[in-house]
Design a protein around this ligand. Structure first.
Ligand code: CAA
Length: 308
């Protein structure tokens, strides 16, 4: 039986089921905890939060793998799912033993978009006042690399979620699309903006105005994904984990710095971006890892980074 520890959390989906509530009330500190806004149940064995819509695992000691887990709804991105996703990734981002993260779905669907059933009766005032989908942007504030391993449908918010990741690997079965036009809305999770950067205006317009799905190969030819991996179930996850492990063997400081300078290219003009890159480059000469990396090269040995 998982003993329960409550931890302050942001929103719903937390005290799930009366069995947990009862156990929690038996904890001596319940009255104190009860005053906090919400709680997430945790297993005392693993200290990992118990999630309902995602599965969090460690395929390598330095790699966290998050698997979207709403198979019946093709991993439609409901608000509670996204809340769990943000929480798991932010936790991994804070964990010094983690070097990189991988995000995946199922063979059939990475994610088939925002949850249409959740959205269908939504009113403007509610969406606007409560900043609907704004928390999706939390992903772009992660400091460690996040690799998307995409199989099957990556549609609407699912395509946008992949685009929020730092690297996309696609299985040959992957299908990317922005079909919001068929629902009489625009993309709402950044697709219209990030796609223009990734594949240019004309191709973005085609995807957004027609809703046509593009194949993994087409997405690769367009530069939307880094590459299409070999065939086979879960092959794309294996490749992504291998890549994440490789990245986590580098200096974490240099990895974060590389991510920061590449992302700056979206926001700064060329002159500002070049200056920013150079300043970050200069700053790295203050790190032990730079000394170790260059000494190891000169001494023809493997570097031993201390992430300091
Ligand atoms: N939201 C909620 N439920 C969804 C869903 C979604 N985005 N996508 C699929 N589902 C559900 C279906 O309703 C169905 O549930 P039931 O069994 O309860 O009926 C289940 O998942 C399986 O789906 P299908 O039976 O439709 O499966 P299929 O293999 O025949 O078709 C599909 C697959 C082509 C992906 C089809 O499900 C589909 O077109 N889905 C919607 C895709 C879409 O429009 N995405 C954009 C959403 S809007 C958005 O994302 C806004 C944004 O920018 C943030």
């Amino acid at each position: 039986m998982a003993a329960l520890i409550a931890r302050s959390s942001t929103l719903n989906g937390v005290l799930r089921g009366s069995r947990h509530s009862v156990l929690l009330q038996n904890q001596p500190q319940f009255s104190q905890l009860h005053r906090a806004p919400a709680f997430r149940l945790m297993s005392s064995e693993t200290q990992q939060p118990k999630y309902e819509y995602i599965v969090v695992s460690r395929p390598e000691p330095s790699v966290v793998l998050v698997t979207l887990n709403r198979p019946k709804a093709l991993n439609a991105l409901s608000s509670p799912l996204f809340e769990e996703l943000n929480e798991a990734l932010e936790q991994a981002d804070r964990d010094d033993s983690v070097g990189a993260m991988v995000l995946t779905g199922s063979e059939k669907a990475f994610a088939a978009g925002a949850d249409i059933k959740e959205m269908k009766d939504k009113q403007f005032a509610d969406a606007y006042k409560n900043k609907f989908l704004e928390d999706w942007g939390n992903l772009s504030r992660l400091r460690k690399p996040l690799i998307a391993a995409v199989s099957g449908f990556a549609l609407g918010g699912g395509c946008e979620l992949a685009l929020m990741c730092d690297i996309i690997l696609a299985s040959p079965t992957a299908k990317f699309g922005q079909p919001e036009i068929n629902l009489a809305v625009t993309p709402g999770g950044g697709g219209s903006q990030r796609l223009v950067h990734a594949i240019g205006k004309s191709r973005t317009m085609e995807m957004v105005l027609t809703g046509r799905m593009v194949s993994a190969q087409e997405a690769s030819d367009w530069g939307m994904v880094s590459r299409v991996v070999g065939e086979g179930e879960a092959e794309v996850v294996k490749e992504a984990v291998k890549m994440a492990k490789g990245i986590s063997e580098k200096s974490q400081i240099a990895v974060q710095a590389c991510k920061e300078v590449v992302n700056a290219a979206h926001e700064l003009n060329l002159a500002e971006g070049l200056r920013f890159e150079r300043r970050i480059f200069h700053g790295l000469f203050a790190t032990n890892d730079q000394k170790e990396g260059m000494a190891a090269f000169a001494e023809k040995r493997k570097p031993n980074f201390t992430h300091s």
